[in-house]
Design a protein around this ligand. Structure first.
Ligand SMILES: [Ca+2]
Ligand SMILES: [Ca+2]
Length: 258
């Protein structure tokens, strides 16, 4: 009798183990057949790049009165109707405030902060187009040298496609930004020695950086360091843009926080 009870218990025990293995097996295989690790511990999520502003040359989210992260920004508001509002709350990309930039009818509007001279930078910003530009090649985000000479700029045409432009040369993206939609835009710019400077642009509606470029430049002519990367409007009335989460770093940024 005792042996039979032990045998019965073992059979139940083995069945339970087999059921458990089957359950673990089911849990361990995703629909696409990729086997993932199963453990009792909760996986630690990889923190997004800007979970803190530590290590960034620029890390601006426009939160609170004025600018945040103790950064000093200088505004230039275009004459006759220009707007630079770093406390904008109607359309916000992240947090509770964003930046609105509208050009004046006679001069553009922009705001900038500077950083130590860099031969190459990685950047990110989010933007929202309420009204597209009235002319092709309108400034969206500019980078400049120590003399505030524009080196490479991200521009937008009237069809709301973006392009990278440098010294009279440009390379265009293939798809247009929709109106009233927030886009994450990542870029990389590295100076060269003549006709070999590098740049790329990537665009997404999510915080995950795409693996491929929307624009690739390998023959850029710029050879000087840059000290600023800043939002700027078209040179003429028409556009109405919002910006948020402006980041600059000397190393890759990757996925960002929402
Ligand atoms: Ca914000
Ligand atoms: Ca603010």
């Amino acid at each position: 009798m005792l042996k039979k009870l032990i045998d019965t218990a073992c059979a139940i025990c083995i069945a339970a183990v087999l059921l458990g293995l089957a359950f673990v097996s089911l849990q361990g295989v995703e629909a696409d057949g990729m086997v993932i690790a199963v453990s009792g511990a909760t996986p630690t999520p990889t923190p997004c790049a800007d979970s803190s502003c530590s290590g960034f040359l620029v890390c601006q989210n426009f939160e609170g009165t004025g600018y945040d992260n103790s950064e000093s920004w200088t505004e230039s508001v275009g004459s006759t109707g220009g707007i630079v509002d770093e406390n904008y709350t109607t359309n916000v990309g992240r947090g509770s405030q964003s930046l609105r930039i509208v050009p004046g009818s006679d001069t553009p509007s922009y705001t900038y902060t500077t950083f130590s001279a860099q031969g190459s930078i990685y950047g990110h910003f989010i933007m929202y187009v309420a009204t597209g530009p009235s002319s092709n090649g309108s400034d969206v985000l500019s980078t400049s040298d120590a003399d505030v000479t524009q080196l490479v700029a991200i521009l937008m045409d009237t069809d709301r496609t973006l392009k990278l432009s440098w010294m009279g040369t440009s390379s265009s993206s293939t798809s247009a930004l929709s109106l009233n939609t927030w886009y994450h835009i990542w870029y990389y710019m590295a100076k060269g020695t003549g006709a070999n400077a590098q740049a790329w642009l990537r665009i997404s509606e999510t915080v995950t950086m795409p693996g491929s470029n929307a624009i690739t430049v390998t023959n850029g002519a710029w050879t000087t360091d840059r000290v600023a990367a800043y939002p700027s409007s078209e040179h003429g009335s028409g556009s109405d843009f919002r910006y948020d989460q402006i980041l600059v770093k000397t190393s890759a940024i990757g996925d960002v926080c929402e």
